[in-house]
Design a protein around this ligand. Structure first.
Ligand SMILES: [Zn+2]
Length: 291
């Protein structure tokens, strides 16, 4: 996908008399590509279940948890999305300055592009896997990222706290568990927690993207890609086994109107979809190799 940091829109904003701060903020400078408008389709912020809310967009999920002793945000969408995310938090009656942690699912511009601005504007600590943190600090794709050749960039995040697989982040009434789910990127991390309404509790999973996509020329069948393919295998098994009553995916499935899946076996189905996509990709590469 071709991306560019927009100049035309900036020019239009200047012409329209946008405040200086808005047009000059390097951390919210728009990244525009073929799908960014679709990803950022507006969505009314709403409660999902218990203390959990969705504050993101039609094609990019952002979740908010009210722990009673501060807020947790998951993912930051694109750089230009940060002001809308904060506006959505406010629309639900919360003060964005109460956001203590911002959890990251992967170091790619579409989910992490807004993190630097969100961290700056809220004072929150960004949390990611060790490899995720590396990517967030650099604002660039890792050497082993299947999409490396696209050289997508996003505003780097200066301060990131790294957590390990199965590590639990505790805040107020909520324990969020980190689940390393490498494959799409080696730093991908999914997050789960339990939310309650009266006496009914549900396990909620915010799953990282599991899409086996790549830049031109990358081959999942290459010997150098074996680590990625093996990681996908472990991730599929892990995601299938998660306690998962409600699934939020980094890119919501357009078939799920509410932006989440509230169905038995949602995590299993999500892992199986990735498994099928990877198998098809490997078969395609092998067939191309034989031609
Ligand atoms: Zn990605």
């Amino acid at each position: 996908m071709k991306l560019r940091t927009i100049g035309a829109l900036t020019a239009a904003m200047i012409a329209a008399g946008a405040p200086a701060q808005e047009r000059e903020d390097p951390l919210t400078r728009p990244i525009v590509g073929q799908r960014t408008a679709e990803w950022l389709a507006p969505r009314t912020p709403a409660r999902l279940f218990g203390n959990t809310y969705l504050v993101g967009f039609g094609g990019l999920s952002v979740a908010l948890i009210d722990t009673g002793e501060g807020l947790i945000l998951i993912d930051g969408a694109l750089p230009q999305a940060a002001p809308s995310i904060l506006a959505n938090v406010r629309k639900l009656g919360f003060d964005p300055r109460r956001i203590r942690y911002i959890l990251s699912t992967e170091p790619h511009f579409d989910h992490a592009g807004g993190l630097a601005a969100l961290a700056r504007d809220t004072g929150a600590t960004v949390v990611a896997s060790a490899r995720g943190a590396e990517g967030l600090r650099s604002g660039r794709l890792a050497a082993d990222d299947p999409q490396r050749s696209l050289d997508h960039r996003f505003p780097p995040v200066a301060r990131v706290r790294a957590v390990g697989d199965r590590e639990v982040l505790r805040l107020g009434n909520t324990n969020v568990t980190a689940h390393a789910t490498p494959g799409h990127t080696m730093g991908s991390m999914s997050w789960s927690w339990r939310s309650c309404e009266a006496r009914r509790c549900r396990n909620i999973v915010f799953a990282s993207s599991l899409n086996p996509v790549s830049g031109d020329g990358y081959r999942f069948t290459a010997p150098s890609s074996q680590g990625i393919v093996a990681a996908f295998g472990r991730t599929h098994a892990k995601v299938k086994a998660l306690r998962c009553d409600i699934l939020i995916t980094a890119h919501p499935d357009p078939a799920d109107a509410g932006g989440y899946t509230d169905r038995l076996g949602a995590c299993r189905a999500y892992a199986e979809k990735s498994q099928r996509a990877l198998a098809a990709r490997l078969a395609e590469e092998r067939a191309a190799g034989r031609r």
